[in-house]
Write a protein that binds this ligand. Structure first.
Ligand code: HEM
Length: 274
C-alpha cells in the first residue's frame, strides 16, 4: 500500500524514504523514456548497448574518482562500499569486450555524458555532501532495475550466460541485493545533515535522474539518426549483425565493415559534443 507522501523537509521521515518518494515521478519518466522502453521490450541493439555502456564508463569513472576523494569525509564515509559497489573495473572489462583492446581510443563521449560528468566533478569538489544523491541514484538503481536489464541484454544480444559483456550489471560481492539495499538505506539514514542540506540532497537526486533521462534521450536520438543514415539496402544486414556476438568473434570478412561502422557511430556521437 502506498504511504501518503510527506513533505520532503519533514525531518521525521528517514532520508531514504524521502528520496524514494521525491524521485518516484522522475523514476517513472526514466523507465518510460523511449530508450528504456525499447530496452525493456528486448529492442536493444548492439550499437545502443555499446553507446550506453561507454557513457556509463565515463560516468562511473568520474563518480568513483570523487568518491575516493571523499571516502573519509563524514558526509560520505558511511556509504563507502568500494568492494561491493564500485563499477569502474567491471566497466573496463565491458569496454574491452565491446570495443576491443584499443577501447580507450574507440569509445564515444557524448554531450549528455559530459554534462553528467561535469556535474559529478562539481559536486565532489564543491558540494561533497551531495555525493550521496548521485551514489543512491546509480547504485541502488543498478541493484534494482539493472538486474532486469542485464537479463534482457543477454537475451537480446545473444550474450553468453557466463556474464561477458555485462560485467557492469554483476555484483559478485553483493550476496543479496535486497539485504544490501536495506543496509545502504540505513547508512543513508545515519548521515547527519541539517534541513537545508537534506533539501539540497533531495533536489540533487531529482537532478541526477534528469541527467540520466537526458542521456537516454540523446542516445535514442543518435541511434535514430544512425538508422536514418543507413541506405534501405544496407539496413537489414546491419540489423542482423546487431545481434551478433562482440568483436573478435568469428570476424573473418567482417572486420572492415564493423570498423567503419564503429567509426560512424563515434563520429555521430562526437558531433553531439558541445
Ligand atoms: C527500464 C528501466 C528501469 C526499471 C525497469 C526499473 C525498475 C526498478 C525497480 C523494480 C525498482 C525496485 C523498486 C522497489 O524496491 O520499491 C527500482 C528501484 C530503483 N531504481 Fe529503477 N528502474 C529503471 C530505471 C532506473 C533508472 C534509469 C534509474 C536511475 C538512473 C533508476 C534508479 C532507481 C533507484 C535509485 C531505485 C531505488 C529506489 C529506492 O528503493 O529508494 N531506475 N527500479
Amino acid at each position: 500500500m502506498e504511504h501518503p507522501q510527506q513533505p520532503e523537509d519533514s525531518m521525521s521521515q528517514d532520508l531514504s524514504e524521502a528520496v524514494k518518494a521525491a524521485s518516484r515521478e522522475v523514476h517513472s519518466q526514466a523507465e518510460n523514456s523511449e530508450f528504456m522502453k525499447n530496452f525493456q521490450k528486448g529492442q536493444v541493439t548492439r550499437d545502443g548497448f555499446k553507446l550506453l555502456m561507454a557513457s556509463l564508463y565515463h560516468i562511473y569513472t568520474a563518480l568513483e574518482a570523487e568518491i575516493e576523494d571523499n571516502k573519509e569525509n563524514p558526509v560520505y564515509a558511511p556509504l563507502y562500499f568500494p568492494e561491493e559497489l564500485h563499477r569502474r573495473a567491471a566497466l573496463e572489462q565491458d569496454m574491452a569486450f565491446w570495443y576491443g583492446p584499443r577501447w580507450q581510443e574507440a569509445i564515444p563521449y557524448t554531450k549528455a555524458t559530459r554534462r553528467y560528468v561535469r556535474r559529478l566533478q562539481e559536486v565532489g569538489r564543491t558540494e561533497p555532501e551531495l555525493l550521496v544523491a548521485h551514489a543512491y541514484t546509480r547504485y541502488l538503481g543498478d541493484l534494482s532495475g539493472g538486474q532486469v536489464l542485464k537479463k534482457i541484454a543477454q537475451k537480446a544480444l545473444d550474450l553468453p550466460s557466463s556474464g561477458e559483456g555485462v560485467a557492469f550489471f554483476t555484483f559478485p560481492h553483493v550476496v543479496s541485493a535486497t539485504k544490501f539495499k536495506q543496509l545502504y538505506r540505513s547508512r543513508m539514514n545515519s548521515l547527519e545533515m541539517t534541513p537545508e542540506v537534506r533539501h539540497r540532497v533531495i533536489e540533487e537526486v531529482k537532478s541526477s535522474f534528469l541527467l540520466n533521462i537526458q542521456l537516454f534521450e540523446e542516445l535514442q536520438e543518435l541511434l535514430t539518426r544512425d538508422t536514418k543514415d543507413q541506405s534501405p539496402s544496407k539496413a537489414p544486414e546491419l540489423r542482423r549483425r546487431a545481434g551478433s556476438r562482440a568483436q573478435g568473434e568469428g570476424l573473418r570478412g567482417r572486420r572492415l565493415p564493423w570498423a567503419l561502422r564503429e567509426g560512424h557511430m563515434a563520429r555521430l556521437a562526437a558531433s553531439s559534443v558541445s
